[in-house]
Design a protein around this ligand. Structure first.
Ligand code: AMP
Length: 277
């Protein structure tokens, strides 16, 4: 497994990779969710590249950039046995050298949900992913359904900017009790960890209602809000039942739809979603 940091090293290492290349972009502190993307990339591509970069431009001023968990040594130990060919671990200065002023921005899709709560977030995400795509030139790129809006926004960017890259979106990997795996789960201590299952319980309740024939989106949102309201440690930021592609809030659920939410558990902000087919 080659491990590189500078752009020159990356380019030299990339030239050694023949065949199809799959990229798994991550911010590190890897868990089974990330590893599931790496495993699928390993199955589908001749070569696998993992990027590990805590991207400062996707964090808001009051967010957890400095506290975001980092452990490169542990990450490398986790992915080495999976047959990863190349790890790119650039510094913020390599990604954003002095004088940096170029941004990639997807418009309407970034306005609701996460974008409404975190105004600069997706501009940071699309910019860094475009830079990863340009530098690594993968044939396929692997993302998690866990970050549903991120996947939708990047899919739009890939189409709009003609990146010759196939996007693969992998199912959310969960703990045994339903909590979606996330690097931020590390912040959940004591009773917060138990309370954090409320996102899965709320989504499951709405999914059951949908399976039982409920098509009124407002009722599905109310079902989720009801479950969240019963958990004293949970402060919902948004609860959504939206069109899967446009992310516009629905009145009636007809085609493919997305149930999603952001909830504070104590001071930890968690997101989760279910897709309704
Ligand atoms: P992050 O390191 O949080 O930026 O995540 C890197 C990639 O892993 C993103 O495409 C995420 O959507 C994906 N990911 C994170 N958590 C999970 C999970 N629990 N299941 C599947 N994919 C995930």
């Amino acid at each position: 497994m080659m491990i590189v940091s500078s752009l020159d090293e990356l380019r030299a290492a990339r030239r050694l990779l023949d065949g199809t290349v799959g990229l798994v972009p991550t911010m590190g502190y890897l868990h089974e969710g990330h590893l599931s993307l790496v495993r699928l990339a390993r199955e589908e591509c001749d070569r696998v590249v993992v990027s590990i970069f805590v991207n400062p431009t996707q964090f808001g001023a009051n967010e957890d950039l400095s506290k975001y968990p980092r452990d490169l040594e542990r990450d490398l130990k986790l992915i080495d046995p999976l047959g990863v060919d190349l790890v790119w671990n650039p510094t913020p200065e390599i990604m954003y050298p002095p004088g940096y002023q170029t941004w990639v921005e997807v418009k309407t899709l970034t306005h609701p949900l996460e974008g409404a709560m975190r105004p600069e977030h997706f501009k940071g995400v699309t910019t860094v992913v475009a830079k990863l795509f340009n530098a690594i030139q993968p044939h396929k790129a692997y993302f998690g359904q866990k970050d549903a809006q991120q996947a939708a926004v990047i899919r739009r960017m890939v189409r709009d900017l003609n990146f010759p890259i196939e996007m693969v979106v992998c199912p959310t990997v969960r703990e045994a009790d339903g909590l979606a795996m996330s690097s931020r789960n590390k912040y959940l201590e004591g009773d917060d960890r138990r309370a954090a299952t409320v996102l899965f319980r709320a989504l499951s309740a709405a999914k059951s209602a949908h399976e039982g024939g409920e098509r009124d989106a407002e009722k599905l949102r109310a079902t989720m809000k009801g479950v969240l309201a019963a958990e004293p440690k949970a402060t919902p930021q948004y609860v959504s039942c939206a069109d899967y592609d446009t992310l516009e809030e629905l009145e009636m659920v007809q085609g493919k739809s997305l149930l999603s939410m952001a909830v504070l558990i104590g001071r930890t902000r968690l997101i989760d979603n279910f897709v309704l087919e």
